[in-house]
Write a protein of this length. Structure first.
Length: 278
């Protein structure tokens, strides 16, 4: 597990759209230099054809078709077309992750804030590219749910990358922890209980808490709250529910406490967040 995973909170709001995505075919002169990264955004670069030089610190990755590079928030970004090849066809996206995605991003990390994966499996690669292109299609549509549709497609791409790594034996998420993630992500109204979830997953509370933190990079309590607040943000962005109704929908019985926790996660109260989102 990446030691710096907790430094980057996926709940920090962009203030505008939560995702941007595109497809480039670039020649030898293409380059990008962002010493401070993209703020709170993640950036994924997927090489479809040709080659790029993707740099993080002292690490330089020479990409080839099927190579995925992922910059975490605030990580310096330096990348360009590989001059030895002279062309680079890439799919790219910058976005905020949903809490449940954290456990899928335990990729090889040659440099802090920089992850890499290779997809030699052509089935997984084709599905990954198709998912990223579908995200791009959804992003261009007009509508109140287009960003969520695009994020769902990004999620699909990350799952196919995870599947490829799993087939190579490089990704081993304990199935009991996977089950706990599903449980917490699907039940946001019930009172949170480590003891109850641990029992459902066949683990003692202490063993569950230790294994969860080792594999996910945060405590079960932190993950559970992030799931609730992430869902609250999605509901607030639609503008169809009152703040009190949203708080109740995600399991906060006290609206004042909900507002405090939301402000801590997003840097603004729910009412101000609604104004920004709309």
């Amino acid at each position: 597990m990446r030691k710096n995973a907790l430094l980057f909170d996926p709940l920090i709001a962009l203030g505008g759209r939560w995702i941007e995505i595109g497809e480039y075919r670039r020649g030898a002169g293409y380059y990008c230099d962002r010493p401070k990264g993209l703020g709170a955004n993640y950036l994924v670069l997927a090489t479809v054809a040709g080659s790029g030089l993707v740099t993080s610190g002292s690490v330089r990755l020479v990409t080839k078709p099927g190579t995925i590079a992922l910059y975490e928030p605030y990580a310096p970004q330096h990348y360009r077309t590989n001059p030895a090849i002279g062309k680079w066809h890439l799919l790219w996206a910058h976005f905020h992750i949903r809490p449940t995605w954290s456990a899928w991003l335990d990729w090889p990390s040659p440099s802090p804030g920089f992850l890499t994966a290779a997809i030699p499996d052509h089935e997984a690669r084709d599905h990954c590219w198709a998912s990223l292109r579908h995200a791009m299609h959804c992003y261009k549509l007009a509508g109140v749910t287009t960003e969520d549709l695009a994020l769902n497609a990004i999620e699909s791409a990350l799952l196919w990358i995870r599947e490829s790594l799993a087939r190579e034996g490089r990704f081993r998420l304990d199935p009991r922890i996977r089950r706990s993630l599903d449980l917490m992500g699907s039940d946001l109204t019930s009172a949170f209980s480590v003891k109850r979830i641990a029992k459902t997953c066949g683990l003692s509370p202490s063993r569950f808490a230790h294994l969860f933190r080792a594999q996910v990079g945060m405590t079960p309590q932190q993950f559970n709250e992030r799931c609730r607040l992430n869902r609250a943000a999605e509901l607030l962005r639609t503008g169809n529910m009152t703040i009190a109704s949203v708080a109740e929908e995600v399991g906060f019985n006290n609206q004042f406490y909900f507002s405090n926790r939301f402000r801590k996660a997003y840097g603004k109260c729910p009412r101000a967040f609604v104004k920004t989102a709309n």
